[in-house]
Each structure stands twice: as C-alpha cells, then as structure tokens.
Design a protein around this ligand. Structure first.
Ligand SMILES: O=C(O)CCC(=O)C(=O)O
Ligand SMILES: [Fe+2]
Length: 322
C-alpha cells in the first residue's frame, strides 16, 4: 500500500545545486502521486514546536466566557475562536468535534488592502492570554519562511521562474490555526466511524500541519484507500490545496483527508498553517502543466473568491447570515 513519503528538505537551504534539484524533484513527485508528504530539515526546532503546543493547550483551557469575547462568528474577517460544531468539513457527516483559533496578518483597519477586501484582511482577535499574540506571530513568520522555500522548489520543478508562486505572497491571506479535538461526551450519539474532522480538501496552495502524538490523520491515496498519516517526531506534514491543484491543471493533487475521533478521554491538538496568496491573485493554469492539445480544466479564479466560497460552504455562522 502506498504510504505518505518523507522528504528531508534541508538541501533547499544550501548552495549545492544538485542536492537542491534532487529535493525539488522529490517534492514534485510527492505532489503528483499523493499530494501529501512529511518534511524534516525544515529548521523549526522541537522546543519551538513544543512551546506552541503548550500555548495551544493554555489557550483552549481558558474559560468559555473569555473565549466567547473573541468569537469568530462576530469577526468581520474570519479571525478568532470557533466553538465546537461551528464547522462541518464533510456535508454528509455530523459537524466536526473541534474548537479552533484562526489568525493571519494583523493589518490596521484603515490600510487600503483592508478597505479592498474587509472579509479577509484586518486585525486579529487574540483575547487575554499573556504573550499569546507575540508567540503566534513569531511562529507564523517561521512557517511562512518554510512555505516560501517549498513554493520556490515547486516553481522550479514546474519549470517556472523561482518566484512564480512567491510573487503572490506580499499581503497574503495565509492562516495559522490552532485546533483542539476534545473527547466527545459519553451521551453524544456517534458511531465508531464518525470523524472528529470530516473528509475535505484544503483550499489554498499548500498546508503545513503540525500534529501532537495522538494520531488520527487519514489521507485518501491515489487508489482511493484511506491511509494513516501518523505523527512522526520533528516532522511537519505538507499537503497540496485546491488553488495549487487548479494552478497545475490537476497535476498536483489536492488530496482529501480527515481526522479520526481521538480515543475516549483523549484530547488531540494540531496546528495547520494554510498558505494562501494575496486575495486578488489570479489563479489560472500554468502553461507548462498543459501537454499539446490539452485544455485548462478550470476557469481563472482569484484566491480571495475561492477561499470565501469555501468558508461560506463549511461554516454554519456564515451560511446563516449570507
Ligand atoms: O487536525 C489535523 O490533523 C488536520 C486538520 C485539517 O485537515 C484542517 O484543519 O484542514
Ligand atoms: Fe485539512
């Protein structure tokens, strides 16, 4: 059975051109075959990761009334805390059993880009936890640096200029999200197949996911089999999102994935970083992804329009009000 490959990306930081291209090729292969891979050699220390998981736990441990003050449902730009049941990733399944915290670039309300797209830009809502904003922003910067290295390698593998993807990442809309999957209460009627997060694809270019050591992430491989993507120490899981699939005319796979319910009494934490280009980036098929006579499968769409259409499809609070 096909498994999720592991790639050491440290050569992406070196001057050894051969080693660089060899890693770019491995990434390209994984994007085509599986749409998912683990990375090591990303440069984010295990201490940094641990401090982020400690922070996530402290954040979600706060009383409900404190978290209510930064409710995502009251945010104009989709930032803040999401209660259990506010998101339903798989419309054929019960709502996801998780609480969330979303943050992105923190931009003053008077900035022109906020005026141009107030649904996706603006200030974050952090709440009251000491040091939280600073630590989240620092981690956001570290993840963005790794993401830019990956996007450059993908551009090169696709025979594009180095900055083909990265040129769309000034004023980007990438989101760092904290996730807490608490145990379902004993009286909640669920069968063993009910997932903590339903099957879905991610919306952006790529996602960098850190997971704790509980496990539960499952990936649908090219043979349509669900396979486990268990935690591996000091790795980050990378997967392709819908915008990258559109950009590459389906050559890179935006692969469905889901999260099994944690064992009883067990809390699971994870931390996806959704890498999403500036809201007005025009995503249309890259020429080098078309063979002779082949036609683009998708119409051009802007990053912002795509992301908003996906939020509206999966969040109860948005469908009620829009
Ligand atoms: O919690 C996880 O491991 C995966 C989360 C996920 O797929 C998502 O939030 O898009
Ligand atoms: Fe996902």
């Amino acid at each position: 059975m096909q498994t999720v490959p592991l790639i050491d990306i440290s050569p992406l930081n070196s001057n050894d051109e051969q080693a660089y291209l060899s890693v770019a090729k491995k990434i390209d292969h994984a994007c085509r075959e599986m749409g998912f891979f683990y990375i090591t050699g990303h440069g984010i220390s295990s201490e940094q990761m641990k401090s982020m998981f400690d922070l996530a736990q402290r954040f979600f441990d706060q009383p409900e009334n404190i978290k209510q003050k930064i409710l995502i449902a009251n945010s104009s730009n989709h930032r803040g805390w999401g209660t259990k049941g506010s998101e339903q990733l798989d419309p054929g399944q019960p709502q996801d059993w998780k609480e969330t915290f979303d943050m992105a670039l923190d931009i003053h309300p008077e900035h022109p880009i906020v005026k141009a797209c107030p649904q996706l830009y603006g200030p974050n809502q952090y709440g009251e936890l000491e040091g939280f904003a600073q630590q989240m922003n620092q981690h956001y910067g570290l993840l963005m640096a790794v993401s830019k290295r990956l996007l450059k390698a993908m551009a090169i593998a696709l025979k594009q200029p180095d900055d083909f993807f990265n040129q769309y990442f000034d004023d980007h809309i990438s989101v760092l999200r904290l996730l807490h999957y608490p145990p379902r209460p004993a009286n909640a009627i669920v069968d063993a197949q009910t997932k903590a997060a339903g099957a879905h694809t991610d919306y952006g270019c790529i996602t960098l996911l850190a997971q704790d050591d509980i496990g539960g992430l499952e990936v649908c491989n090219a043979q349509n089999e669900w396979i486990a993507a268990p935690p591996i120490k000091n790795t980050i899981v990378v997967n392709i999102g819908d915008l990258m699939q559109r950009w590459t005319n389906d050559q890179y796979r935006s692969t469905a994935h889901r999260v099994a319910s944690p064992p009883s009494e067990t809390h699971r934490y994870s931390m996806p970083f959704f890498v999403e280009p500036r809201f007005d980036s025009e995503v249309r098929c890259i020429e080098s992804c078309l063979s002779d006579g082949e036609k683009p499968k998708y119409k051009m769409i802007t990053s912002g329009d795509w992301i908003m259409s996906r939020f509206n499809a999966t969040y109860a609070y948005r469908t009620k009000t829009s």
